[in-house]
Design a protein around this ligand. Structure first.
Ligand code: ADP
Ligand code: MG
Ligand code: MG
Length: 370
């Protein structure tokens, strides 16, 4: 639940903040953590803003490992940004430590808090107000891959085990079909068949990984538009934020999840499937931005597999909705009857649409590959 004023005050008192607290309020539209904006006055220096977050302990079971990842990645990004002549205060998150030097504070209720310097003169947009935003997020997430290309990804903690292990998720799906605990399987026969017909999609990346053909990368795993700060003056995507799900993974999956969500013409739970398709203009825009941002640091194989990333991520997501439907809506919150069934249908419609547009998707990637 929400923190009480006393709990918030305890947290504030335990971070290395300077100055006098002038103002504190709930901030932003994040759906996971509780975010606060604090304003401190430092005599002779004016006001300084910081972000304070109570981490969601239901979602993140390993907050210490999570913050270890954040520290490793942000320290590395800072070096890269300085090397490139950028501004490390605005182009990466900067953790403000607690008084004991740790990058988090565990309060007397057992909740974990952390703090970041506030990124000034920039905005995180919740909805794509113009295609340019989507393009800027692509450049920023591509640039994130570029700057972290030499980071030893295998040293990161896998904070959510098997997050994009699509092969393992396929096995869980098959078990859910067999068990059919609610007797719902008969009502989603076509959807189940759609998944079963595509086992090779579920196995595609795992098999290449087994053969050592895909490099392990630092992946973000929550590549939404509102996790990018866009500069108010230049309109450029300057910083990737929300590093909670940074983990070892595959570059194509970060790309793919952005396409799954951002290039779809309809909401994730649209019931009128005739409205659901993968928009090739948005796909092209994102592909262009992402490849530009990566600046040649992905392998030729990874670039070639970007369309497959879009298909695998969309397939995986639909399969997870369907699995959850069969298991009784235990993971994804539902807001109406059969919500997870409706959700899986939009994802499978997108997969089918991508299959139809496959040649176009591949040729768009080739157009921007270098
Ligand atoms: P959640 O996991 O809940 O989405 P985020 O870390 O994305 O949490 O933070 C929620 C919102 O707070 C962001 O969308 C952004 O608007 C704002 N925010 C987070 N960190 C910063 C920061 N360092 N500077 C400015 N705004 C921030
Ligand atoms: Mg966020
Ligand atoms: Mg988040």
């Amino acid at each position: 639940g929400e923190a009480s004023p006393i709990q918030i005050a305890e947290a504030i008192g335990n971070f290395q903040f300077n100055g006098r607290l002038m103002r504190g309020c709930a901030y932003g539209n994040g759906h996971i953590n509780d975010t606060y904006l604090l304003t401190f006055q430092i005599s002779g220096m004016g006001n300084i803003k910081v972000i304070l977050q109570k981490m969601n302990k239901d979602v993140f079971e390993k907050p210490v490992e999570l913050m270890e990842n954040v520290m490793g990645v942000t320290a590395y990004l800072r070096e890269q940004i300085i090397k490139n002549g950028g501004d490390p205060e605005r182009e990466t998150l900067n953790v403000i430590p607690a008084y004991d030097g740790k990058p988090y504070y565990k309060d007397s209720y057992g909740e974990y808090w952390r703090s970041y310097k506030f990124i000034t003169d920039a905005t995180s947009y919740d909805v794509v107000e113009k295609p340019e935003h989507f393009y800027q997020s692509a450049v920023a997430f591509g640039n994130f891959q570029c700057m972290l290309a030499d980071y030893p990804a295998d040293t990161l903690n896998e904070t959510i085990v098997g997050f994009h292990d699509t092969r393992a998720r396929f096995a869980v799906f098959k078990k859910a079909v067999e068990e059919d605990v609610l007797g719902r399987a008969a009502s989603v026969k076509d959807e189940i068949q759609f998944v079963l017909d595509r086992e090779e999609v579920a196995n595609y990346f795992s098999e290449l990984q087994d053969k050592g053909e895909l490099p392990l990368r630092v992946t973000h795993n929550d590549t939404k538009l509102n996790n990018i700060m866009i500069d108010n003056k230049t309109g450029k995507g300057i910083c990737v934020i929300d590093l909670d799900t940074v983990m070892p993974g595959l570059a194509m999956n970060d790309f793919g999840d952005s396409i799954r969500f951002g290039a779809s013409t309809a909401a994730e739970d649209e019931r009128d499937l005739s409205k659901v398709s993968c928009d090739m203009d948005l796909y092209e825009l994102y592909t262009k931005g992402f490849i530009e941002g990566c600046a040649g640091r992905l392998t030729g194989k990874e670039i070639e597999l970007l369309p497959m990333g879009a298909k695998v991520m969309t397939f995986e997501c639909g399969m997870r909705f369907l699995t959850d439907y069969l298991q009784g809506d235990r993971y994804f919150k539902i807001h109406r009857e059969d919500h997870n069934r409706d959700r899986c249908r939009t994802q499978f419609k997108l997969v089918a649409d991508m299959e139809k547009k496959w040649d176009t998707m591949e040729s768009i990637v080739r157009k921007y590959a270098r």
